[in-house]
Design a protein around this ligand. Structure first.
Ligand code: TYM
Length: 333
């Protein structure tokens, strides 16, 4: 275990998880956990940057914990924990805030998008969000961070902050690499293929939720926006069909040319049905397993308790080093 490289990633418990979260992130976590020491977090502190109903947040936190396990994250092999259970995340954020500049945060695409979407609640946390994310990663000295393409800019900031701190105070942080899958790094909305598939989409037909049953999945794929013409090929002028092909390849493991060949001469209707069936086949067992795990909150609490203890040991080792480097006196015990 010792000589394996370390991997860190996190997901927000901000509601229903989508097929985009699964294909862009969770699926890769499971695959990578074989070769890396995996540390996975439920990023509940991040979620607070957008107004939450407390009861929903609690429910969604259990949902996501169960989903991680249902997707194959093994809590014995990997560390699975809640961000708010390890106070070092907030503590390191304070230190990194002192070496990060407002301009770096105000030009983040996600900050701009979320400020537009939540005009009535543009809080300091929303802007500071990428610094908390950098703390998540740097506390664990992660070598690799698997994420979807939308998190790339945040990853770059984490790298910049690591390098800046190391230059100023001496080698402290591992500079992390992003791992962005080749397929499925950016699953687009089924209702508007120019937009990322997102659970906050007001149009429920735009996203596939892990909680959608087979009928709902097929219905949404049948309604998916396609392009003019009738060819089933992946091409820039065919964003709708390209997205569906990308999803199909991601869930079946087929290559693009295999998929294009399979659907040569077929109509859009047949194609969309096949994609829907293939997606349902993948997410049905995950949803069932997630719901089974949710029946046993004691087990989930136990997993999170052990996870926090294991995470804390690593995190505080880094934080103590950081405090020492910047000149804060060590507390005598
Ligand atoms: P979040 O919760 O928005 O999304 C979780 C993961 O899902 C990926 N993703 C997608 N991938 C492909 N296509 C899509 N349509 C799609 N939508 C979402 C995201 O890229 C992400 O990998 N800030 C992060 C959570 C976080 C984190 C971290 C990640 C907190 N700390 C440290 C990595 C390292 C977020 O909000 O992801």
């Amino acid at each position: 275990m010792e000589d394996k490289k370390r991997l860190f990633s996190a997901i927000q418990p901000s509601g229903i998880l989508t097929l985009g979260n699964y294909l862009g992130a969770l699926r890769n976590f499971r695959l990578l956990q074989e070769d890396y020491d995996g540390i996975f977090s439920v990023a509940d502190l991040h979620t607070l940057t957008v107004r939450q109903e407390p009861a929903d947040l609690r429910k969604n936190t259990y949902e996501l914990t169960a989903l991680y396990i249902a997707c194959g994250i093994d809590p014995e092999r990997s560390v699975l924990f809640l961000q708010s259970h390890v106070a070092a995340h907030a503590e390191l954020t304070w230190i990194l805030n002192t070496i990060c500049y407002p301009g770096e945060l105000s030009r983040m695409t996600q900050f701009k998008e979320k400020s537009r979407a939540h005009e009535d609640n543009i809080n300091v946390g929303l802007m500071d969000y990428p610094v908390l994310m950098a703390s998540d990663i740097l506390l664990y000295q992660a070598d690799l961070v698997p994420v979807g393409a939308d998190q790339k800019q945040h990853l770059e900031l984490a790298r910049d902050l690591a390098v800046r701190f190391n230059n100023r105070f001496g080698e402290t942080f591992t500079v992390p690499e992003a791992y962005i899958g080749k397929t499925a790094a950016r699953i687009m909305s089924l209702a508007d293929p120019s937009k990322k598939m997102s659970k906050s989409d007001a149009n429920f037909n735009g996203f596939i939720s892990i909680d959608d049953d087979k009928d709902a999945v097929i219905r949404k794929f049948k309604r998916a926006v396609t392009d003019s013409g009738s060819e089933i090929v992946s091409r820039e002028d065919k964003p709708g069909i390209s997205n569906l092909l990308n999803i199909y390849c991601a869930v079946t493991g087929k290559t693009l040319s295999e998929a294009e060949k399979e659907f040569q001469g077929k109509g859009y209707g047949d194609f969309k049905l096949k994609v829907g069936e293939a997606v349902a086949e993948v997410i049905d067992p995950i949803r069932q397993e997630k719901n089974r795990l949710l029946q046993n909150k004691d087990y989930l609490d136990d997993v999170l308790k052990t996870g926090a203890e294991r995470a804390e040991r690593i995190a505080y080792k880094t934080l103590n080093k950081v405090y020492k480097k910047v000149g804060l006196l060590q507390r005598k015990r």
